[in-house]
Design a binder for this molecule. Structure first.
Ligand code: 5AD
Ligand code: SF4
Length: 436
């Protein structure tokens, strides 16, 4: 039977969710469901959700409130909650939001067509939050949006159990895809016209399949004809070794940018976070990378106000920032997540102290970002053209190998070209340039 139902997916949270949404879109389109232009037009609405901080869950709850009103106007609408919140809050969601029809955790997407077929005949809620030790969605091809860059998941789950993090509970155990399936997917991506890929995993450098570890996988992927740039996110400092640094230093397709999550600077807090490295190890690794890889940019994630964090501990986070001079940072106030070890720690930091530390940290990072960006003025960079700039259709925006956004007046180049741009100025996060 020809499918006439339409679907719409809204994605919250990390890049793995962006990838998973494309995977779900691929599954839906294989079953001939049509992509709706907007959420209002859709028969089936999926929210692919994140639980990493309370704020992320609050946003989805607010959104579900809006969708409830939509469903009242159009009663046949199916509302599905996918991803980490589905996994984390399953029963709570069903009780608080009885109009949600489908609740699926991150390992249950293969079952979507069957589940929807059951559901399209009126019935009970559909719930599947069984985590799998095996599911890596091999053999499914995500329906990607057009663009120059594509995401490729290589490892799912996380076994690190940082004490603040819900991810090991919502996404389950680590499992890697085979090299063969990754290579096949990248070849297909290149054939579709993408120039750049980002290898994805909660812990991308724990990758291990049939003896192949992450640095070797990177080398294998760089050999794929037609692929121009390879990025990856996020690595864990614990699994960052000399071999990986050497791959950065020797393979021009491997971009000179590393997202290197610090989380905190003091050894005492790092220990309580179960991060398994010390401040000095982290700083030494960052310095080693910067000296081995020309023009490397390093970005990071930092949490302030972890339980027990004193002003002196916080100062040590600032010390690391001053030593490494990150190119940019995602900064967060610690948000307790029920079920994690840190949620049981009693010595929580008051909200106003967290806020004050966050603001101080953001200000320091702002200066570092500007400093790092200004250092590029006068240099010529290879820029992969992505699209028109937000401000003007007379300008293009693209990215340098070290992941800086550059805006410049258009010449004869088109999207997907790699061209030389001379950097002429640096704004908050954006570089400005001219064709060189
Ligand atoms: N509170 C605040 N930030 C968190 N992160 C993960 N868990 C929490 C939490 N409970 C941050 C970490 C991680 C990023 C994706 O989100 O910095 O690297
Ligand atoms: Fe969470 Fe730590 Fe795993 Fe990252 S490494 S997903 S922060 S538990």
């Amino acid at each position: 039977m020809k499918q006439t139902k339409t679907y719409y997916i809204e994605t919250y949270g990390c890049q793995m969710n962006v990838y998973d949404s494309e995977l779900v879109a691929g599954i839906m389109e294989r079953e001939s469901y049509l992509r709706a232009e907007s959420v209002e037009q859709a028969d089936i609405i999926f929210l692919n959700t994140c639980s990493v901080r309370e704020h992320a869950e609050d946003k989805v709850h607010a959104r579900l409130g809006v969708l409830k009103a939509q469903k009242e106007k159009k009663p046949g609408t199916i509302i599905g909650v996918l991803g980490c919140m589905a996994q984390n809050l399953r029963d709570d969601l069903l009780i608080r939001r009885p109009y949600v029809d489908v609740v699926l955790g991150p390992d249950s997407y293969r079952r979507i067509p069957d589940l929807l077929n059951e559901r399209l005949a009126p019935q009970e809620h559909i719930v599947d939050t069984k985590l799998s030790r095996m599911e890596v969605y091999e053999g499914l091809f995500p329906a990607r949006r057009e663009g120059v860059g594509a995401w490729v998941s290589i490892i799912r789950g996380c076994d690190k159990f940082c004490t603040f993090c819900i991810v090991p509970f919502t996404r389950g155990r680590e499992r890697s895809r085979t090299v063969e399936s990754i290579v096949t997917e990248v070849q297909q991506i290149v054939a579709e016209g993408f120039k750049e890929i980002t290898l994805l995993g909660q812990n991308v450098n724990s990758y291990l399949s049939e003896g192949v570890r992450f640095p070797e996988l990177l080398e294998i992927v760089t050999e794929i004809e037609g692929l121009e740039r390879v990025r990856y996110t996020s690595p864990h400092p614990q699994d960052f070794n000399d071999k990986l640094i050497a791959v950065h230093a020797t393979h021009p397709k491997v971009c000179n940018h590393v997202h290197f999550p610090l989380q905190a600077g003091s050894d005492q807090i790092l220990e309580r976070m179960n991060r398994t490295y010390t401040q000095s190890h982290f700083v030494a690794l960052a310095q080693k990378m910067r000296s081995a890889v020309p023009g490397l940019s390093i970005t990071t994630d930092i949490i302030v106000g972890f339980p027990g964090e004193t002003e002196a501990d916080f100062q040590e986070t600032l010390d690391v920032m001053n030593a490494v001079k990150f190119d940019s940072a995602f900064t967060f106030k610690y948000s307790p997540r029920a079920g994690t070890k840190a949620a049981e720690f009693k010595d929580s930091v008051p909200e106003d102290v967290k806020q004050d530390r966050l603001e101080r940290l953001i200000e320091i990072q702002r200066q570092h970002t500007l400093e790092q960006n200004e250092a590029h003025i006068g240099e010529v960079h290879a820029v992969l053209v992505e699209k028109d700039s937000k401000k003007s259709s007379d300008q293009h925006m693209g990215r340098t190998r070290n992941n800086k956004i550059v805006v410049f007046d258009k010449g004869s180049e088109t999207t997907g070209d790699i061209i030389n741009v001379r950097i002429t100025g640096a704004g908050g996060i954006t570089l400005f340039g001219e064709l060189a």
